[in-house]
Design a protein around this ligand. Sequence first.
Ligand code: ARG
Length: 573
Amino acid sequence: MSSSVYSRYRAAFAQGLATALGVPASDIEAQIKPAEPAHGDLSFATFPLAKAQKKAPPAIAAGLAQSVSVPGLEIKAVGPYVNARFAPLPFTAEVIDAARAAGLSYGGDPEAGRGKTVTIDYSSPNIAKPIGFHHIRTTFLGHCIANIYRALGWKVEGINYLGDWGKQFGLVAVGFQEYGDPARIDDMGHLVEVYVKANKRAEAEPEFDEKAREFFRRMEAGDAEALKMWSQFRETSIKGFRKIYERMGIEFEHIEGESRYQGKMDAVIEQIAKKPGVKESEGALVVDLPYADNEPPILLKKKDGSTLYATRDLAAAQDRYERFHFDKSLYVVAQDQALHFRQVFRTLKEMGHPWADRVVHVAFGRIGGMSTRLGRLVHLTDVLDEAKERASAIVKKNIEEGRLHTDDPDKLSEQIGLGSVVFGDLKHNRASDYTFNWDEVVSLDGHTGAYLQYAHARTVNVLRKGGGAPASYDASLLTLPEEQALLREIMRLPEVVRNAAEDYEPSLIARLLLDVAAVFSRFYTLGNQDREKRIIVEDNDALRAARLALTDATRVTLAAGLTLLGIPTPDNM
Ligand code: ARG
């Protein structure tokens, strides 16, 4: 099992304490916490031992600090705590070498999830309907979570579960007869226009709405003509989506959708009828379960016999288990659908599926304020276009002012625009709602994607100017507090990636990268006041090589982290 520098030291410290105390190391390990930076790196609190030992915690700490010795750790008592600090050597070399040896896979661990499979349902837009705010978040979050699990050695089955079945096709179809231009049936934007008009009309005019329902009933009954039209709409939408995914560098293992379960739902309903049972409610068929007051029942079939979102998700969950035998099955979907997933998951459990406790709704909050110049409806393409346009203004200005260098301003603008929007989303806790502010999101300064891209490009640039990353270096020369602080940030990536996987929380990685960039910037700017502290220090080849090695480890950390987030890392900017 490959392990991180941090986890090795923590385990060794735990082992040392455990031996001294005569208890298993596993009892101690969970109690080791990061120390106050002024006092060390690792900390063990002795309070819990006081009662059994009938001694005051500071006395216990002092005794342990005397008797425990671990190579590479400087151990001492601070009040009731036993603290350990990473000795400059071999720690410095271990961190730098771990990052440089791993390269873009730094932070990952191919052993962690070996043999395990996770399905990740993400993006999952509705075809022929406008893409909503929530699709933007699920796309970024899901892509990042998929990257994280892959880096941890899991087999990832990313599923884009298109909303490609349901009454909305009825609406588009009957709407198309009224407002559609047959010559533009392959134009996604046109279909969305038609949908929006038809939807408005159906709200005002019950007969129109009934026509749409009738069309969907025909689809479910297998009517060839209705299905042909549906399939054209579907193709058009998928073609449109593909362009966006390509632009973002996203590839799904599976692009499928709700329509996959047409004709398969009766079998699922029969199964549910056996256990936990079905019943009729106001003409509709629902799952027979005790419901909370005010809880809407789980609908399987409407009065007119057509199936529903929940019916299809029940069929899909089983299908995913049969195909992939997942160890985890994630649904990266807006918090608004929490009730839906609670009910679907509860039904799976009541059906007796032993894997029902492996399914997780990875919920996220709302974004406000992301409208684009084109208006209130948000299309991911428009968001990316606007981001690129804004980035392009920044790129132009910075080139003119000599702050930025590139051979390909158009490509760089695209990369900065994309990086900004993705980072602007992923830096927020997924559960929280936030307001999107264009001026804050697309900027070279502040907590932005562009700032991190710039920090990364700066490392590349320093390495280039310094004659490249050195093959060998003397780690004992990196004694400045800023250098030691930077190592400690670089060291954190593997732990943070694990935590991000456990909590499905990309923001943890986003925030670590901001810390890495901030501490790197302190290291980098030291040389402004003091020539001796420059990275590319003159007349001292050994020191220069050591600082370049540290810069190289920083470069790797930023590149690996940004890549996990789904953010491009241009070398030049
Ligand atoms: N198409 C749905 C929507 O846009 C999201 C689907 C999420 N996945 C699922 N298995 N229900 O709201």
